[in-house]
Design a protein around this ligand. Structure first.
Ligand code: AMP
Length: 274
């Protein structure tokens, strides 16, 4: 496995047509499953990037404490089938003498009033860094987790709308045994908070059997609030556009909630039982 800390180094060892898994490091089994999936669906190089992108953090404290575990990350990459790891410096991604543009944001980034309303500017930063990484890595395909459902829709739309010849491949959400979606930030939950965090996935599971979106939303709020979490949103939306659900199209239930100092998000298909 090649480790590159600059894009010049990466390009020197990389042919075109790679499959690409962008990450911010602090890797867990969710990332490992994406890397394995990448290696399984695609012939050729499997590139993992590890870069904590400053432009997508709207909270400086969240950026400052974001975990950094490079040695363990490299082990996971190696064991999961990565052929290349690109772990650049900030200067390599954002050179001082060449401003990196923010691509036009697709409607699904802002119109739904979900992540970008609570984290203003977040998707501008995500699109900026992913577009930049796509330009540096020039992959044929890229994998993103369903865990970050709105991000997956935003990046699919950005890739389509800017005409990039890159196939976007979703990977399923990997969970802890009690249902909590794995996340690099879960390590910040206290011993008292950790079991209560499972209320989010329970709320999503139970919402699936409610007869209407409104009933599902009310139930999700109740379950999460009863566990002492602060609900930011608990909604059922169109699965692709994330605006009001339309009968006959796939729908998705999405939750964001705060537990102590940790912000948690999760989502699941919301089946139309009508
Ligand atoms: P991050 O390092 O948090 O930016 O995530 C890098 C990639 O891993 C993104 O495409 C995420 O959606 C994906 N990811 C994060 N957590 C999980 C999980 N629990 N299951 C599957 N994919 C995940």
């Amino acid at each position: 496995m090649h480790l590159a800390t600059s894009h010049a180094e990466l390009r020197a060892t990389l042919s075109t047509g790679a499959v690409f898994v962008p990450t911010m490091g602090a890797l867990h089994e969710g990332h490992a499953s994406l890397i394995r999936h990448a290696a399984a669906v695609h012939q050729g190089p499997v590139v993992v990037s590890i870069f904590v992108n400053p432009t997508q953090f709207n909270d400086p404290a969240d950026f400052a404490r974001y975990p950094k575990t490079l040695d363990a990350d490299l082990d996971i990459c190696r064991r999961s089938g990565a052929t290349h790891v690109y772990a650049p410096t900030p200067q390599d991604v954002y050179p001082a003498d060449a401003p990196i543009p923010v691509p036009p944001l697709p409607r699904v980034a802002t119109a739904p009033g979900l992540e970008d309303k609570l984290r203003p500017g977040h998707f501008a930063g995500v699109c900026q860094v992913v577009r930049r990484l796509f330009d540096l890595v020039q992959p044929a395909a890229a994998l993103f987790g369903e865990k970050d459902w709105q991000q997956l829709q935003v990046l699919s739309a950005m890739t389509r709308e800017t005409g990039l010849p890159i196939r976007i491949i979703p990977g399923p959400t990997i969970r802890e045994p009690d249902g909590l979606a794995m996340s690099s930030r879960n390590r910040f939950l206290t011993a008292d908070e950790r079991p209560r965090a499972a209320s989010i996935s329970r709320a999503l599971r139970e919402a699936a059997s409610k007869p209407t979106p409104a009933a599902a939303e009310a139930h999700m709020r109740d379950v999460i609030q009863a566990a002492g979490l602060e609900v930011q949103y608990a909604v059922v939306r169109d699965a692709q556009y994330l605006e009001a659900p339309i009968s006959g199209r796939p729908r998705r239930a999405l939750i964001a909630a705060k537990l102590g100092s940790v912000r948690l998000i999760d989502n699941a298909a919301w089946p139309d039982l009508a």
